[in-house]
Design a protein around this ligand. Structure first.
Ligand code: HEC
Length: 73
């Protein structure tokens, strides 16, 4: 049985307010990094990355980072 909720009561609900706050905070904090890459707001690229450390020392499986490792070149 699906409980019907009116649009007005949904928009006034606490859950909607929290979802809206989280969405807006995310968009305004992290969003510019993705939407305006030419501004170079994020960390300097390329980020130094070592497979020797992650796969060798930490023994993290390839699948953890590369979901398509068995299908893709
Ligand atoms: C902890 C996450 C992580 C794990 C585990 C990992 N990789 Fe990577 N891999 C990366 C990242 C991040 C890059 C991009 C690095 C870069 O561009 O400098 C990358 C890049 C690569 C590349 C492209 C290299 C290039 O020069 O373009 C290959 C091939 C690769 N990984 C294979 C593997 C294989 C095979 C394994 C398992 C033995 C593995 N990776 C495990 C994160 C991971």
């Amino acid at each position: 049985m699906v409980k019907r909720v009116s649009l007005e009561s949904f928009l006034r609900s606490r859950g909607f307010a929290v979802a809206l706050a989280v969405t807006c905070t995310s968009l305004f904090s992290v969003g510019p990094i993705y939407f305006y890459p030419h501004l170079r707001i994020g960390p300097p690229q390329p980020i130094p990355f070592s497979h020797r450390l992650h796969v060798g020392v930490k023994e993290i499986d390839c699948h953890f980072c590369h979901y398509s490792v068995e299908r893709s070149p």
